[in-house]
Design a protein around this ligand. Structure first.
Ligand SMILES: *Cc1c(COP(=O)(O)O)cnc(C)c1O
Length: 427
């Protein structure tokens, strides 16, 4: 599959059936796998042989879908998780532990922010948040002796900032640690962070990858490029023997290409058990088969809606990196030449009251806390996810009361614009 375009990989990578085998990836709906001798199974337990013994660790359906995502991102290995939250937690916790520190872009998904700021903090992992727009010097200054990783989102949800991946990768590598990038919004169809220096890529597959609002899931992809052994003192979990696996040293036994995902599977999935069910992996793969076709339409609709809103008298501001007026237009041209995604955010001049009227009058766009779905959906943080905050507090947090996030689906763009036009008229 290596020589084919990403469009072909979306459809066919990860699974090549043999003669007479199912054309579609079979759903292996089995928790366990049978062996003739306990020796044969023992070899699997010891990670001495490849194969399946229990679905919490590995399942053939999941492995094929993970292999497709690895191929799409240009990585060496990948694993599926039960959600995007689990993917980001595993990616970080695989190399950071009590006493560690991570450098994190401040412009990230709220769930990930909580995970890092509150929950991982309780586990003894500290974080320094930096603006995605910081200078190289400011970024440099955020590192500590015990820093283990740098984390950011290609296009942040919901702020829609664009990460300067090369700048963040350069700083991470200078300090001997990997860059982890959450690539949920653009998907590998629109950006492949590994090509710009990212070492690990994560996904909430719940969003565009599934794309139909059908299955919560996540994925982690390893570039296979980070040299753990060259920084062995920083990464003892990968570079010294694992007592819970008969003294295996992951970076030695599985090399740069396999160490990270093998450790995350063998230790974290074994102990935390946040697996994706094979049914969900199957549904995810149906989404992946059309990802390249859908992303182009999401971008086309997002661009059309952003351009329409930008010219409207009742709209105070629009954020969409495909607009020339957008702060991230230049970065987007570099990292997202095919466009970013279908999510647009804009501020209504009339604040909270205008937002309520606008949302109530939409017919195609539904009010949901979801994004990246085939169906257009929208959200006003001030009256939903952030409703406990006053207008003053919202302003301070950079979320004005009249802010609306609209995730443009796959409907006809003229219909979407008409729907928005009618709702704006009602204000
Ligand atoms: C939704 C989202 C997550 C969390 O994913 P879940 O699948 O909901 O757990 C993480 N990162 C980004 C960028 C997201 O949009």
């Amino acid at each position: 599959m290596d020589n084919y375009s990403i469009n072909t990989k979306c459809v066919q990578a990860g699974y090549t059936p043999g003669n007479g085998e199912p054309r579609q990836i079979p759903i292996v709906q089995s928790t366990t796998f049978k062996y003739e001798t306990s020796e044969a199974m023992g070899a699997l337990f010891d990670l001495e042989a490849e194969g399946y013994f229990y679905t919490r660790l590995q399942n053939p359906t999941n492995d094929r879908v993970a292999a497709k995502i690895a191929a799409l991102e240009g990585g060496s290995a990948a694993m599926l998780t039960s959600s995007g939250q689990a993917a980001n937690f595993f990616a970080l916790f695989n190399i950071a532990e009590c006493g560690s520190h991570i450098v994190v872009s401040s412009s990230i998904y709220g769930g990930t922010f909580n995970l890092i700021k509150v929950t991982m903090k309780k586990m003894g992992i500290d974080a320094t948040f930096v603006s995605p727009d910081c200078t190289e010097e400011e970024l440099d200054a955020a590192f500590q002796e015990n820093t283990k990783a740098v984390f950011g989102e290609t296009i942040a949800n919901p702020a829609l900032t664009v990460l300067d991946i090369e700048k963040f990768a350069k700083a991470a590598h200078k300090h001997g640690v990997p860059l982890i990038v959450d690539n949920t919004f653009p998907t590998p169809v629109n950006c492949r962070p590994i090509e710009w220096g990212a070492d690990i890529v994560t996904h909430s597959t719940t969003k565009y990858m599934d794309g139909h609002g059908a299955a919560v899931g996540g994925a982690i992809v390893d570039s296979g490029k980070f040299d753990w052994m060259a920084h062995a003192d920083k990464f003892p979990g990968l570079c010294t023997p694992d007592d819970s696996y008969h003294g295996i040293t992951y970076a030695e036994k599985f090399g740069k290409e396999g160490a990270f995902i093998t450790k995350a599977t063998a230790q974290l999935m074994r102990d935390f058990g946040s697996i994706q069910s094979p049914q969900h992996a199957f549904i995810l793969n149906l989404g992946l088969e059309s990802l390249h076709v859908r992303m182009a339409r999401h971008v086309e609709n997002g661009q059309a809606v952003a351009e329409y809103l930008e010219g409207h008298e009742k709209v105070a501001a629009v954020s969409y990196s495909g607009l020339k007026s957008d702060k991230y237009y230049e970065l987007a041209k570099k990292y997202l030449p095919k466009g970013g995604c279908g999510v647009v955010s804009f501020e209504l001049k009339g604040g909270r009251a205008a937002a309520e009227i606008f949302m109530k009058n939409l017919k195609i766009a539904a009010i949901e806390t979801h994004v990246a779905d085939a169906r257009t959906c929208c959200l006003n943080p001030a009256t939903s996810t952030h409703r406990q905050m006053t207008d003053e507090q919202l302003k301070e947090a950079g979320i004005p009361a009249g802010l609306i996030r609209i995730s443009c689906g796959l409907e006809d763009k003229e219909d979407l614009i008409k729907d928005i036009e009618n709702a704006l008229k009602a204000i």
